[in-house]
Design a protein around this ligand. Structure first.
Ligand code: SF4
Length: 268
């Protein structure tokens, strides 16, 4: 897969999970990485990283999850998880790796973000990504964890883009990304796990070609005439109602202050 990805001009490999450091073959995979001219980012909860393991990593960037301040992070992820995540980030930095933080907004942490911004600023990270999780997976069984959209959307503005240079890759999901699932299926992303291009046995390139690739043309009103279309690009298609849905992403609409009747759908 890595050979095909590199040959096809692939740029960035995100190693995620679950928790990728629990993958039984992680360190064998890690040994393969230096042979490829690909930027590799490890998305981790940070709790399994210490100075010894971080020094062995063949990745360029470690992105750890901080889901709020210590209390709310630990309520979600277990006692001690917040401090262990910070220690993991420090271990990665000591190993000379770029460090980043990823946060998701939920009902437990929605009021934490101003204070969390100060912690993240002190950490001097390359990037801080903030997202509002779609109501999927564990969130379906725990709907009380969904934050009110208007407050959640306000937190998104605190995110720090890569290198703080204000870049914006656009929000239209799936335009340039695919995910490989544990069974080898090549899919649009974890949320659209049922939209498969094929499996790795078929080959990454063929599977990529077989995936539906959306453009802005698939969006309807109000996105088409939205002042923020170029930057927002319709947002997340899962939150927008599906890959073929022309509807806007309510989270992005709240973020940009563009209100539509459809925004009542998403949370609560
Ligand atoms: S802000 Fe809303 S209406 Fe505007 S482009 Fe984004 S999703 Fe579409």
């Amino acid at each position: 897969m890595l050979e095909e990805f590199e040959d096809g001009g692939g740029l960035r490999l995100l190693l995620s999970g679950g928790e990728p450091l629990l993958y039984p073959y992680f360190w064998q995979l890690n040994d393969l990485l230096p042979a490829f001219d690909i930027r590799v980012v490890l998305l981790t909860n940070g709790t399994l990283l210490d100075r010894r393991s971080a020094a062995l990593l063949n990745v360029h960037e470690v992105q750890a999850s901080l889901d709020g301040l210590e209390e709310s992070h630990d309520r979600l992820r277990g006692p001690g998880a917040f401090r262990r995540a910070l220690a993991g980030l420090e271990a990665a930095r000591a190993a000379g790796l770029t460090v980043s933080v990823a946060s998701t907004v939920n009902a437990l942490n929605v009021d934490d973000f101003e204070a969390l911004a100060e912690i993240v600023a002190e950490l001097d990270v390359w990037q801080w990504t903030i997202d509002v999780p779609a109501v999927a997976g564990a969130m379906v069984a725990n709907p009380e964890l969904a934050a009110p959209l208007d407050r959640a959307a306000a937190a998104l503005d605190l995110a720090m883009p890569a290198g703080n240079h204000g870049d914006n890759e656009g929000q239209l999901c799936g335009a340039h990304m695919a995910a490989v699932m544990p069974d080898g299926a090549v899919v649009k992303c974890g949320l659209f796990g049922d939209i498969r291009g094929g499996t790795l046995e078929r080959g990454l390139r063929d599977a990529w070609r077989a995936l539906p690739h959306r453009s802005l043309d698939g969006l309807g009103e109000p996105c088409r005439s939205c002042l923020h279309l170029e930057e927002c690009r319709g947002g997340c298609r899962y939150r927008g109602g599906g890959l073929d849905s022309p509807d806007p992403d309510p989270v992005q609409c709240h973020r940009y202050g563009v209100l539509h009747t459809c925004t009542k759908e998403v949370v609560g």
